[in-house]
Write a protein of this length. Sequence first.
Length: 221
Amino acid sequence: MRIKETALSACVLAAVLAGTAACTSDGDAPPVKAAAVPKASAGTSCEGGTYAWFNVDKRDVLTGVAEREKVGRKGARLTHRLALLHTPRTAVTFEKGSPAGNARAALHSLADAVGDGTADEHGADPEFSNVHRSAPDINSGSTSVDGAGTVVQYAWVEQVTADFRYTCGSGRPVAGRATGWVIDGSGIVECSVPMKDAKEGEPALTAARLSCAADAPATKA
């Protein structure tokens, strides 16, 4: 079976035969280091300080799934829309009693700390640090399948959440939590194909369990 997808998001996945996606993350957070903030972008009462990140959680999260769709041997364009399951957001919250900080600077530092794969020459994706960033449109593309099968479309993001402590000179530290996403993508599961290497919680496996028949091979980890 071959998959053809058009007008898709930044990272497009076709998890049909293997049931896994080439662009997915294993969810393990990379080593996190303290990241200095450029003076021009610090924006807090003390400029040029340092962010220390901890409790970093980086994982693939299922954002939408469609009902299973049966395709004949000639193939077809899939027509079932994805139902929204989770809306990713970009936000920074500061601990009660902590001095106010700069949300954009915090997100910029987090992108550097987790090794943002979409970083530009300045070290961070401008959209990752945009607190007004819009959530991905999970129904923005179209997908065609060449060949027979019972398939399920799904969408996901690689979500990042972490706590931070910003210190600068002798001023009071700023503490808070930041969340955003690095990648958004989509994929397809063939219900009749087992996913031998799938791990619990992976978007493809979760999508199969939500939309394939209860006893379908793709639902077994």
